[in-house]
Design a protein around this ligand. Structure first.
Ligand SMILES: *Cc1c(COP(=O)(O)O)cnc(C)c1O
Length: 371
């Protein structure tokens, strides 16, 4: 295949469209530089770092309009590690999981492997569609992703009204900071910082309700063995002191802090949700108009505003498009690797400029005409 060179004036200002790690804004790096030499290379038990952690926690509580008694927790390990923490520290007996993609399914698998829990109720749906939660007696945690990053399907954040005390636990890794929701509908809304928060991986953050904290403390007081690194009770104690059990990545926290401040300053979650909706609509409209592309997610109500998946006809090799884009500095438009579809997957996270998304459709057209 001949190399395709996209003329410079047709390229986006920033060519990062990956779903995580995702575009980091220059202003975040400027902020990181501005706090030096007080933060990087200094103790995470002292005020400069603890104040930064406190700022992120306060900023997230503001962003999520945290109801009375809700708290922001953080710990090392990312969302994947939060699943193991929840298996140890949050699920009492039995959980229900919506598995309409890789990430929702992985939490269900983690719960199914824990010998101290009953087999979870896992509700699968084929990739590109969505399963729905249903109240079931004996289930004490209802778990689903706000946004399924592997397929580009989003869900509404709604409390499941099951047994008294049952908790609604939402994987918000790719939704948080880019989609709006009502915090009173959740007991735990957890995420990693490398998606809409445009930071780096390795930590998890969570907005938790008083009911979740009560559950965490009750399980911690039982005779169940919980490793320190997975203990949510430990995360509650440490987070209240603006610290983590062991050393966190300080730059990640600083980048996160600046992104939260930026979103709050622009108008908060409703502003962010409008911006991601605008970007996503550009791509879905483009795909609807295209003779060779279609939105992968059939039901428009399920189509994600933060991760857009577009299928291509057999006549087009989508991987050739993403390869040509990559050669021109427009990166990470490949589909989720395990989905194995003839597809482009494009993040429309809050940091990504809707004008760059418009420009991207022009780049795809340019490549399509020359494949
Ligand atoms: C990226 C992602 C994860 C995994 O995050 P890690 O930080 O790699 O653990 C989990 N859930 C969803 C919905 C994601 O998008």
């Amino acid at each position: 295949m001949a190399e395709i060179t996209i003329p410079a004036h047709l390229l986006p200002n920033d060519g990062r469209f990956g779903c995580g790690p995702s575009k980091v804004r220059g202003e975040q790096l400027d902020f990181l530089a501005s706090i030096q030499p007080r933060v990087l290379g200094t103790s995470h038990r002292q005020a400069p770092v603890k104040d930064l952690v406190g700022s992120v926690r306060a900023g997230l509580a503001e962003l999520f309009r945290a109801p009375e008694g809700y708290e922001i927790l953080l710990a090392n390990g990312g969302a994947t590690s939060f699943w193991d923490s929840a298996v140890h520290s949050l699920i009492e007996t039995r959980s229900q999981h919506l598995a309409f993609g890789e990430f929702g399914a992985k939490f269900g698998t983690a719960a199914s492997r824990a010998p101290w829990l009953e087999a979870p109720d896992i509700r699968e749906a084929p990739a590109g569609s969505r399963s729905e939660a249903e109240a079931v007696a004996g289930v004490d945690v209802y778990a689903y992703p706000h946004n399924e990053t592997s397929t580009g399907v989003m869900a509404e954040v709604r409390r499941v009204h099951g047994d008294p005390g049952a908790l609604t636990v939402v994987d918000a890794t790719s939704g948080a900071g880019g989609l709006d929701f009502d915090a009173s509908e959740i007991d735990a809304y957890y995420f990693s910082p490398q998606k809409n928060f445009a930071s780096d991986g390795g930590l998890w953050f969570a907005l938790v309700s008083p009911a979740a904290i009560e559950r965490i403390e009750r399980i911690a007081a039982s005779d169940r063995y919980i490793p320190d690194t997975l203990s949510l009770a430990g995360a509650v104690t440490n987070s209240r002191l603006n610290q983590t059990l062991n050393t966190p990545a300080l730059a990640t926290i600083a980048l996160m802090d600046e992104q939260v401040r930026w979103i709050n300053g622009q108008g908060g979650l409703s502003w962010a949700a409008a911006r991601t909706a605008e970007s996503a609509a550009v791509l879905y409209d483009w795909a609807e108009r295209s003779t060779v592309a279609t939105p992968f997610v059939e039901n428009p109500a399920h189509r994600s505003n933060v991760v857009v998946t577009i299928d291509f006809d057999e006549s087009i090799d989508a991987s050739a498009i993403s390869k040509a884009l990559r050669a021109n500095g427009v990166v990470d438009t490949e589909p989720y690797r395990k989905l194995g579809r003839n597809q482009l997957r494009i993040a429309t996270f809050t940091a990504i400029d809707p004008d760059d998304v418009r420009t991207l459709t022009g780049c795809i057209d340019y490549v399509l005409e020359r494949l």
